[in-house]
Design a protein around this ligand. Structure first.
Ligand SMILES: [Zn+2]
Length: 114
């Protein structure tokens, strides 16, 4: 996905530019250290935000660009992603995330006073 984004936006050919290489390496490190191990949910559904804010913004931008194109370029991987999205493990983590937000008023959307 990062390569697809980089090739299009940074005009690289089947390689990664220095910035995108740094994002790739960062993502690999975070994935390797994921506390969920082999039951790792999709990052978008994970209750633990392990990416630094700037890296999260960058990876989100990459996913937004590359995600919809995955079905045409890598249909098997895209299908695998969709299956993982709706897998029971992923749903358990999603429910954890929702209950965590409900139980922590600081995480809820701020209300206006008056
Ligand atoms: Zn790039």
């Amino acid at each position: 996905m990062i390569k697809m984004y980089c090739n299009y936006h940074h005009h690289t050919n089947k390689l990664l530019c220095t910035d995108c290489r740094a994002i790739y390496n960062y993502a690999e490190k975070r994935t390797a250290k994921c506390i969920f191990g082999t039951n790792k949910p999709l990052c978008a559904q994970c209750p633990v935000h392990c990416y630094k804010i700037d890296m999260r913004k960058k990876i989100r931008e990459i996913m937004r660009f590359s995600g919809p194109k995955m079905i045409f370029k890598y249909p098997v991987q895209a299908l695998h992603h969709i299956i993982r999205k709706y897998s029971p493990t992923s749903q358990v983590v999603k429910n954890m995330k929702n209950s965590k937000i409900k139980n922590n008023p600081n995480k809820s959307v701020s209300k206006t006073n008056g």
